[in-house]
Design a protein around this ligand. Structure first.
Ligand code: SAM
Length: 228
């Protein structure tokens, strides 16, 4: 059975899209989408041999070789023009890595209408990339599974200007402010407070003072959002 995390990613894949799942590992996500009849064609991209082989094995086991092409490639290079990819999924990596994959071979995004991204940490890197590259966030979800909290971001083409709070917390998530969101950011505040304490013990320098000010600002900002 597919994890709740990947099921959430799958729920944002439009019917009949052609999907490229980058960093697919075991290819559970594209296999699930084809088996459920959501899509008919997908590409599973992997840059590491072990995960690439496990993707090949899974696709063979499910007898989906006709529908899913497994490719050994770095990031978006798994996508070929003729594929006609309309949606890209990238899940289970850090936000900065996902953003760098999207940045690196931007020409491969031609024809792509939707990006469904699931950063494990630092979703802010994706929101910053989106804003700078004319993608807008059309939806976001936050979920908890096995004591871990995950965010899923859904992007389509368009301009959007996000303020500091929206970049950090997510324009959709911070409005919704559900229980998982509150738990995540209360935890972050607690971590920042620990860092602040540690900085106070250190030899004071201008760099440290600057870092303290930054942290304090972030704490105030998030506290304000969590308040009501
Ligand atoms: N997407 C799956 C999921 O969410 O369950 C697998 C996540 S796994 C933690 C991350 C995978 O991304 C690894 O298998 C890794 O080899 C792959 N990966 C990392 N950088 C990549 C890149 N530049 N191109 C393709 N795959 C990459």
């Amino acid at each position: 059975k597919l994890s709740k995390r990947l099921q959430t990613v799958a729920s944002f894949v439009p019917e009949k899209s052609v999907v490229a799942d980058i960093g697919s590992d075991h290819a559970y996500l594209p296999c699930y989408l084809v088996l459920q009849g959501v899509i008919h064609r997908a590409i599973a991209g992997e840059v590491v041999k072990g995960p690439y082989e496990s993707a090949c094995n899974e696709v063979r086991k499910e007898q989906l070789q006709e529908s899913i092409a497994v490719r050994f490639a770095d990031g978006l290079q798994a996508i070929e023009k003729e594929d006609g990819v309309t949606a890209i999924t990238i899940a289970g990596m850090g936000g900065p890595l996902i953003a760098s994959i999207l940045e690196k071979d931007a020409e491969c995004l031609q024809g792509v209408e939707r990006l469904i991204l699931q950063p494990n940490i630092h979703a802010i890197a994706i929101r910053e990339w989106a804003m700078a590259n004319d993608w807008k966030i059309i939806n976001e979800e936050i979920l908890k599974e096995d004591e871990k909290i995950y965010e899923v971001l859904v992007l389509e083409r368009g301009e959007e200007s996000l303020n500091t709070v929206q970049l950090l917390l997510g324009p959709v998530l911070y409005k919704e402010k559900n229980a998982v969101f509150k738990e995540k950011w209360q935890h972050e505040i607690n971590q920042w407070l620990l860092v602040l304490e540690a900085l106070k013990q250190a030899e004071p320098t201008t760099a440290i003072a600057e870092k303290e000010r930054e942290l304090q600002q972030k704490i105030e900002l998030v506290k304000e959002v969590l308040k009501d």
